[in-house]
Ligand binder design. Structure first.
Ligand code: DQA
Length: 147
């Protein structure tokens, strides 16, 4: 069984209640289900991990280095200065896609730079929860498991 890592950073565990005008009304459980539905036909399972702390996220990336086929990463605000997470992802050997629910480019200036994005296979922003589904589709399409 191939496993896709779905990694969500700080404040993403309260999706659905958190600023719904910006992040939508889907909960993290809704997103997990949508991603699982997307990759299921390819025979993939989803390992969903959400932490508010960078250290726990780094640990999750380390533990998934050898048994996952790819990852979807929403680093939340760690996009801005999450150098430790960035370095963990640099050592992650599979393709991964950065996702942001909101269009960070249309928001405050401090959200306009990501230390994570230059390492990603691709980046999806501003498409809400559907961005995760599209990222999952892209990873299956490129055959992340064969990478
Ligand atoms: C976010 C965008 C980030 O700037 C913000 O800090 C978040 C959510 C998004 O999904 O739109 O926590 O990653």
């Amino acid at each position: 069984m191939s496993i896709l890592l779905l990694l969500n950073g700080p404040n993403l565990g309260i999706l659905g209640e958190r600023e719904p005008e910006t992040y939508g009304t889907d909960t993290l459980a809704d997103i997990e289900e949508a991603v699982a539905d997307e990759v299921g036909p390819a025979g993939w399972e989803v390992r969903s991990v959400q932490h508010d702390g960078e250290g726990e996220l780094i640990g999750a990336v380390h533990r998934s280095r050898h048994d996952t086929v790819g990852a979807i990463v929403n680093p939340g605000a760690l996009m801005i200065a999450g150098w430790g997470l960035r370095d963990a992802l640099a050592a992650y050997p599979r393709p991964w896609i950065e996702v942001h629910l909101s269009n960070v480019w249309a928001r405050e200036r401090f959200r306009h730079e990501s230390v994570i994005a230059p390492l990603a296979s691709g980046v999806l922003v501003g498409l809400g929860a559907y961005g995760y589904v599209l990222a999952a589709r892209a990873l299956v399409h490129r055959g992340a498991g064969d990478a």
